[in-house]
Design a protein. Sequence first.
Length: 95
Amino acid sequence: MNPASGAICAGATATLSVPAVSVSGSTVAYQWYKCKNGTTQDPAVDDKVGTGTSYTTPNTDAATGNYYVRITATPTGNAACSAAVNTAVVAVTVN
């Protein structure tokens, strides 16, 4: 389920993606983040960069960094029972 790390040439973009998840009776949400502190995942402080099952980096040197997606399943009518999981951190390097 984890997206793969890789290098891109200057001026190019990288598209990171995960397969869609289906949880019966739940709404599933995807939030992509760019780590602010190396490879440490902290959704409270990391930059939110996209939503959905895929994210395309900008075509600038600013794309260099570590990314992950947080997948949250929220049962219909019972938000208190939502569950979330983060994928592994992937590195994107602009050469």
